[in-house]
Ligand binder design. Structure first.
Ligand code: PRP
Length: 210
């Protein structure tokens, strides 16, 4: 059996639908049967699915307590990972963007900017590539609040539909990169459970049509 850590929230329902298309019976994960449980089995017992926060998916797979994981490339870019990233699943598509109050962007310029983000490493790297010295403030929740409250000149965040920005009088200043969910594996699991991991990859590839 393969133990797979699946990111809760944004990509969860699309990931479950993808696993179903790959032929895994995920009815144990259905909302009405789930309650507060965190670990589930697929119908044929091929997968044990662990629901976890994105960053923890990388931790569990990196430490080898989960063989595989489904996690956004945003979290991989921010945290880095020892895991092997095998497939772009093409789900959970969104973009990293620099954003802020509509009509207020004056460019990077010479003034030291304050930028708020849930992704401080991605933010620092992006500005460093432009030779800009910025103060990065780490925010845990709705980062859109930071420019509205006057804490930051801009934010770096993921934008999917753009609704959150729009409804708060903010806009995208610049798109940084595309984001989507990835199928990752623990390095040792790939070797020690070769047949099972190959089978998972093969079935998921068929489901995503690659
Ligand atoms: C993300 C992101 C934005 C929002 C963008 O948060 O931080 O707030 O989604 O989506 P939109 O462009 O479709 O409006 P998420 O909902 O993942 O919640 P989080 O604050 O728990 O990260």
């Amino acid at each position: 059996m393969i133990r797979l850590a699946l990111t809760k929230g944004r990509i969860e329902s699309e990931a479950i639908a993808l696993l179903e298309r790959a032929g895994y019976d995920c009815s144990d994960l259905a909302e009405e049967r789930r309650g507060r449980r965190l670990i589930f089995r697929t119908g044929g017992e091929e997968l044990e699915i662990v629901l976890a926060k994105a960053g923890d998916v990388l931790t569990y797979v990196g430490h080898g307590v989960c063989d595989a994981g489904i996690v956004g490339s945003d979290t991989i870019a921010e945290q880095g990972s020892d895991a092997c990233v095998l497939l772009d699943l093409g789900i959970g598509r969104c973009r990293f963007a620099l954003a802020g109050k509509a009509g207020q962007w004056r460019g990077i310029g010479h003034r030291r900017l304050t930028v708020a983000s849930k992704y401080p490493n991605v933010t620092r790297r992006w500005f460093a590539r432009r030779g800009a010295d910025v103060e990065v403030v780490k925010i845990e929740g709705s980062v859109e609040l930071a420019p509205l409250l006057g804490l930051a000149d801009a934010i770096v965040d993921i934008v999917e539909t753009g609704t959150t920005l729009r409804e708060n009088g903010l806009e995208v200043y610049e798109v940084i990169s595309d984001v989507s969910a990835r199928l990752i594996f623990n390095m040792a699991s790939i070797k020690l459970k070769k047949a099972e991991t190959d089978e998972l990859v093969r079935r998921v590839q068929v489901a995503i049509g690659s």
